[in-house]
Design a protein around this ligand. Structure first.
Ligand code: OGA
Ligand code: NI
Length: 361
């Protein structure tokens, strides 16, 4: 505790200096303390709890081997995965295992830094391009989530890396190497996804413009009562494509499939890919940005590193012309990503699908 402050979520005392307010908010980070009881501000009402015993443990999301030389087969596997689950794991994706391990290790080290170090980076302002925060949107939400996260803008790297954490010392270098490779992988996937929709290979990459890239380094500490809360509640990703590097030892990601939550069991060295809201719009609803959530557990902390490819802000997004025809009118209107993103962050994470607000009828 910082002297003279109380750890009460969301309540600011008048007369505080901005600095002490920030310090107190930084206390909201859950990675800085041991917790043997779940604070009441994390407890979901009965009807919203994860019901972990009802989760399907033995189903799986599709796995696509990107080393497949048969282009038609690869494109068809990607298309099938996008249609059926909106989620798939990729193998032989070209990102070296050693790099994935280094990224995980340095991210872990980051969250184990002393509280004072982390407090300097804390912010709950979603507009900030580098910030350490907690839960999802602490300014808006009524119940918090059992997650701390470091959010980074990653493109162009030269522009943002100077402001990234300088501790641990290898953080900037490892993360920027990873970011470059993830971006390339994302573009390769765009190629296959475009083709699978019958569009030219470069279509998605071109139409999204000089894309932004963001990263969320998620840390889910051990949770005393995982049945009562979430790491992240059900949500869809607002961006175009997400590439998730998961903890190999600790599962926690779950995907909604036909009304049931299925657990994603990490395949060794795989990355998890999911379609975001923008590709749902672009595909005119053929591919869906699927609800997913992260649950926590009482045994082990879990990490995940999400890379988000996002259209540039002023790009006009909407269903591809080729996918609009007699039998399939445009399901979504055109809009700019700036408009979309603003709407997304002004809501609660687990409200209705944000894309619903952009329907034509
Ligand atoms: C996300 C997300 C899932 C996970 O960051 O958007 O869905 O397993 N993360 O951490
Ligand atoms: Ni997500």
């Amino acid at each position: 505790m910082y002297p003279g402050t109380r750890c009460v979520h969301g309540i600011l005392c008048s007369g505080d200096s901005a600095a002490s307010a920030t310090a107190r908010m930084a206390e909201e980070l859950i990675s800085t303390a041991e917790h043997d009881k779940l604070p009441s501000s994390y407890v979901r009402p009965e009807a919203q709890r994860p019901r972990l015993d009802e989760v399907v443990a033995d189903a799986s999301i599709p796995v696509v081997d990107l080393a497949n030389d048969d282009r038609a087969a690869l494109v068809s596997a990607v298309g099938a995965a996008c249609r059926s689950h909106g989620f798939f794991q990729v193998l032989n994706h070209g990102i070296p295992v050693e790099l994935m391990l280094s990224v995980m290790a340095v991210a872990n080290e980051f969250f184990r830094l002393p509280a004072e170090e982390k407090a300097k980076l804390y912010s709950d302002d979603p507009a900030k391009k580098m910030r350490l925060s907690t839960s999802f949107n602490v300014r808006k939400e009524t119940v918090h989530n059992w997650r701390d996260y470091l959010r980074l803008h990653c493109y162009p790297l030269e522009h943002f890396v100077p402001d990234w954490p300088s501790s641990p010392p290898s953080f900037k270098e490892i993360m920027s190497t990873y970011c470059k490779q993830v971006r390339e992988l994302g573009f390769r996937l765009y190629g296959a996804i475009s083709e699978s929709l019958g569009l030219e290979q470069e279509y998605i990459k071109k139409v999204l413009g000089e894309q932004e890239q963001h990263m969320a380094v998620n840390f889910y500490p051990k949770c005393p009562e995982p049945e009562l809360t979430y790491g992240l509640p059900a949500h869809t990703d607002p961006n175009a494509l997400t590439i998730l590097l998961m903890d190999q030892q600790v599962a926690g990601l779950q995907v909604l499939k036909e009304g049931r939550w299925i657990a994603v069991n990490p395949q060794p060295n795989a990355l998890v890919i999911n379609i975001g809201d923008q590709l749902q719009a672009l595909s005119n609803g053929r591919y869906r940005s699927v609800w997913h959530r992260a649950v926590v557990n009482s045994d082990r902390a879990r990490m995940s590193i999400a890379s988000f490819l996002c259209p540039c802000n002023d790009m006009l997004i909407g269903p591809a012309q080729k996918l609009i025809g007699d039998g399939s009118p445009a399901v979504y209107r055109n809009y700019t990503y700036a408009e979309y993103y603003q709407k997304f962050w002004s809501r609660n994470l687990d409200q209705e699908h944000c894309l619903e607000l952009f329907r034509t009828n």
